[in-house]
Design a protein around this ligand. Sequence first.
Ligand code: CTP
Length: 399
Amino acid sequence: MLSGKHILLIISGGIAAYKSLDLIRRLRERGCRVTPVLTKGGAAFVTPLSVSALAGAKVHEHLLDLTAEAEMGHIELSRAADLIVVAPATADLMAKMAGGQADDLASTLLLATDKRVLIAPAMNVRMWTHTATQRNIARLKDDGILFVGPNEGDMACGEYGPGRMAEPLEIVAAIEKVLADGPLKGRHVLVTSGPTHEPIDPVRYIANRSSGAQGAAIAAALVQLGADVTFVTGPATVAAPAGVRAVRVETAQEMHDAVMAALPAEAAVMAAAVADWRVASRSDQKIKKDGKGLPNLSFAENPDILAEVSKLKTGRPALVVGFAAETENVAANAAAKRKRKGCDWIVANDVSPETGIMGGAENAVTLISEGGAEDWPRMGKGDVARKLAARIAETLLKG
Ligand code: CTP
């Protein structure tokens, strides 16, 4: 499965670098070509000679190396491989990545690449749990960086906790998963998810009960099929899945702008529970109880993102999927909504409180298309997502 694949392996400085020698061996056993890059810190733990001997290739170490640049420039190097793997990834290198710094060869390659990046962090438990590192991790995940590990266990420094680099075979398995050629490989799919928040004043807002679970599961299922996913999410309680390009928004207007900026896409799945109205009388200052009675809120209609994308004259995604959250006459209301909004499919669900669907783990949907309505049995949101993603792949590949 990995035979013929080309990995650019960046080894940064940490005691776990010794495991990367084994990783090189495991990758080569599987027919992988490995181009190693050693940071200054990495070279303090493993020697260029051992890395090069195991990889059967030259080790790249310096950014401004005239001979290396003449053979293969760093920009070319950053794009030649199928995947960039950073193992171990130190807290420092992750901070550089999160900040977009490029002050040595490894960080420059990571900034210049157009390939996916999988990192295997390794560091002391305190460094891993530090707010700064956690902030960088969230940033990197938003940027679509893939993670394997770290694992929890005894550390070389004598402490215990998360921070141990994943084992070489776990890293190999993660690489196999990333490089698996799914049917949607190279296809851009846009997913919206979560609620929107519509401010009343600087401290209050109108929201809804959407957790973002279904949208996140759909995005994850599309990533599994190899799609290049832009995930535009409101303030959801469920985290954005790994491997997507996450764009965080708050209001419906911001979601609209982010969706338009992310187009073109081959398919758009609008799973967000967008607020239909915003507060037109939004106050810049906190509304006070001033004894003059209750505040009067006036509303304005938000842009209907689904309808607008569905009705685009140029650049309309080949497949536009909307959701319908209904509390009565589910199939009939949803079929009318499909026509009104101009989308291809509507995934309709009953969000009456007694179903426990909104904010819950399961969903029972009806898929409405031009061909009619199809009831799916009640199942986990992950299963709904996988079934829908498979249907999307089938349709895009036919078209
Ligand atoms: N949607 C959207 N932009 C909006 C409102 C809704 O893109 N301003 C999308 C949602 O993401 C979902 C679909 O439209 O895919 C249906 O949303 P829903 O709230 O169920 O429908 P409404 O348009 O609000 O219709 P109704 O008020 O009749 O329920």
